[in-house]
Design a protein around this ligand. Sequence first.
Ligand SMILES: Cc1cc2nc3c(=O)[nH]c(=O)nc-3n(C[C@H](O)[C@H](O)[C@H](O)COP(=O)(O)OP(=O)(O)OC[C@H]3O[C@@H](n4cnc5c(N)ncnc54)[C@H](O)[C@@H]3O)c2cc1C
Ligand code: FES
Ligand code: FES
Length: 506
Amino acid sequence: MACRFVLNNASIEEHVPADALLLDIIRRNRGMTGTKEACREGDCGACQILSGELINNRIRYQAVNACLVPAGAITGRHVVSIEGLNSEQLSPIQRALVDNGAIQCGFCTPGLVIALTGFFLNSRLSDENAALDSVAGNLCRCTGYAGIKRAVSALCRQFDLSASPLERRIEDLIAWQILPAYFSTAPGMLRHVHEITYAFHSPHPSPLQQERELVVEVIPCAFLSQYQVGKASEPLEHAILIGGGTDLFVQKPEQLHSQALYFLSNESLYPLIRKAQSDLIINALTTIEQIRTSELLQAFFPRLAEDFKLICSAPIRQRATLAGNLVNASPIADLAVFFLALAAQLTLVSGSETRIVSLQNFFQGYKKIDLKPGERLLEISFEIPGKADRFNYEKVSKRTHLDIASVNSAMLIQEQAGKINKVHLSAGGVAPVPLYLAKTCAYLRGQTVCLATVKTAAEIAQTEIAPISDIRGSAQYKRLLLRQLLYAHFAELFPGVFEGGTFNAG
Ligand SMILES: Cc1cc2nc3c(=O)[nH]c(=O)nc-3n(C[C@H](O)[C@H](O)[C@H](O)COP(=O)(O)OP(=O)(O)OC[C@H]3O[C@@H](n4cnc5c(N)ncnc54)[C@H](O)[C@@H]3O)c2cc1C
Ligand code: FES
Ligand code: FES
């Protein structure tokens, strides 16, 4: 495919397979080796770059891991590697890392500079915790992180982001010498690339597109049924849908090479999250970060922004979609566990056909889901939690940040007149699928919230699960964790009933 984008301050065109990774394009094809290569699995952040998307004549940048970004997803973007941030003098971010002893071998430094620049581009406030979260996906093997923390702290004191509205941010960062001056011309360069590339969004493929070997398209998902682009002989059921690619490009990069790929994009979809009567509806292509930062969702889930910081790292959350999380059907998928406790429904579409399936029934066995060939996940919906509803989400993993769960769980519960009259409970890491604990819920309905009820519920939950021993813990440990998470739900949601230490008796 012809992949056209702006790399730093130049428009470029690369003829590469659609699954070619941006990391390889930058390092091997373009010889820009400042972007480092280490894990190639999204874990270390050494390969971070900024990916900028033109929205209303301004570019919105995000720090992402180039090792998981395929060529098919960067057409029409502004890609900034570390070379694109270098000026004759060190930028204040580079200077802070040097001055605070945050650099030894320097291998992680380009990724750190990119991640912190991404923070400066997007954060409304110079909040130190948020700045630290932005580098939670950057591993350093030398410094022990104390120097990095000092640098982050110094930068937050040096620059007051609250004085710089997001609409004026790029101009301010140029003035503060965090960004080089050419950033002011980037929207014009991108507009030009879009003019050349418009065929990508046209129902009439250009001769260049017709020539391509792989069926590759960047499809605004809303128009998928109209578009059905690609070779007529290759219907959608034979194509692999790519959301953020953060699962596919880790699990099966080789298998993608000979396949028809459809790159889904939520760029033209608005709003991604909406209220419809008594329901909340989330488009399946919404990224985990868009869910985490949604003000609409935060109004009903006040701990959402903090809870979702425990899911992936910032650069992965920027690309990983809700659809990918559910369809990949990992038994510990965090969003699956979260939405199971909301008794969510999925809308699946194929052409003009629509089907509604409960999330609970969607998962049919290990990595087996109720999704027919040619179908895709359009959206997820659930009843808006009422004022009397209480919701809690818990995750235990080996590391606090950037780690998948050993066991995770969510619970929605409503108590009226001293009795539980509504409850949904889910758990991950304890069965071949993200599990809805149906028997435990059935028991809890009608019970009083007290220690005896919770203990019996925990015993019933043990009969519903079948954890296995793996690198995240023994089966026995996972059983213990689920019991503790059930106790944690009640301790968190009914603090007056379960005061500190109450559960220790069991
Ligand atoms: C470093 C790292 C850390 C991670 N940490 C976590 C974590 O803490 N918690 C967690 O739950 N997960 C984690 N993940 C796993 C994973 O990346 C996420 O679950 C993510 O949400 C997958 O979304 P995606 O859009 O990138 O999926 P993709 O890789 O694009 O796709 C995954 C699957 O979904 C299919 N698909 C995509 N969109 C659709 C659609 N609309 N309709 C039908 N099928 C579709 C694809 O064909 C593919 O089979 C992590 C991954 C990495 C690399
Ligand atoms: S090389 Fe480690 S995140 Fe990309
Ligand atoms: S300074 Fe060596 S890996 Fe960070």
